[in-house]
Design a protein around this ligand. Structure first.
Ligand code: HEM
Length: 186
């Protein structure tokens, strides 16, 4: 996993829980790399899992919620760092539909050793997008937060549901249904 994900993770931990928590995570997690991350370096993604498990033990916040929150935070950061990749998309569904064949392709050009998930996309109708997540790193909760972050960025409201297609979380189906401000039932 690229170092930028780790450095952003520590920024979030510092912002939400304070620097002491960063220190605790570095001291108390199993980190074969020694816990010194540079943005362009590459580290075993299990170190991220170990950091999240320690954060979960210290805060008692469920792991899934920690990863979702990190996903939202990360997307907000991506809008600053990679604005040139995001601003071309006219709306959230066009953007989300292009993660696999454009965004992550560009990421791979920047970082040839990046380990990225695969998304199979189905556009059911104007308001419904299905994203099938596939990854041996099993981080669907991070994907959930990133999707939420993208919807927020484009100012679009949606309901996101997820269905585990394999128990281990390596294959997950997200269904994103757009809501309209002028909903007849509201
Ligand atoms: C401009 C937007 C985006 C950029 C620049 C970007 C970039 C990246 C980078 C650098 C990584 C780490 C790869 C590695 O550490 O080796 C990553 C991983 C990941 N990305 Fe994206 N990403 C973007 C948007 C998204 C969105 C919207 C989603 C969700 C739909 C997503 C889903 C994921 C997931 C779940 C991972 C974790 C690795 C895995 O599950 O296998 N990304 N992305």
């Amino acid at each position: 996993m690229k170092g930028i994900i780790f450095t952003e993770f520590f920024d979030m931990v510092e912002q939400k829980f304070g620097y002491e928590m960063v220190d605790t995570l570095l001291n108390e997690s199993d980190l074969p790399s020694g816990g010194i991350y540079t943005t362009v370096g590459t580290y075993d993604h299990k170190e991220m899992v170990n950091l999240l498990v320690t954060l979960n033990q210290k805060t008692e916040i469920p792991l899934s919620l920690l990863l979702q929150t990190f996903g939202r935070y990360l997307f907000q950061k991506f809008t600053e760092i990679y604005s040139h990749l995001i601003h071309k998309a006219p709306d959230a569904f066009t953007f989300l539909g292009s993660i696999d064949n454009y965004i992550h392709v560009e990421v791979k050009k920047l970082y040839p050793d990046a380990e990225l998930p695969h998304f199979a996309i189905e556009r059911l109708d104007d308001n419904t997008l299905v994203m099938n997540y596939l990854s041996i790193r099993k981080m669907p909760d991070l994907a959930y937060g990133l999707i939420e972050g993208a919807m927020l960025h484009f100012g679009e409201k949606a309901t996101i549901t997820q269905e585990l297609l394999t128990q281990d979380g390596s294959h997950v189906k997200f269904v994103i249904i757009k809501q309209y401000a002028g909903n007849r039932n509201s």
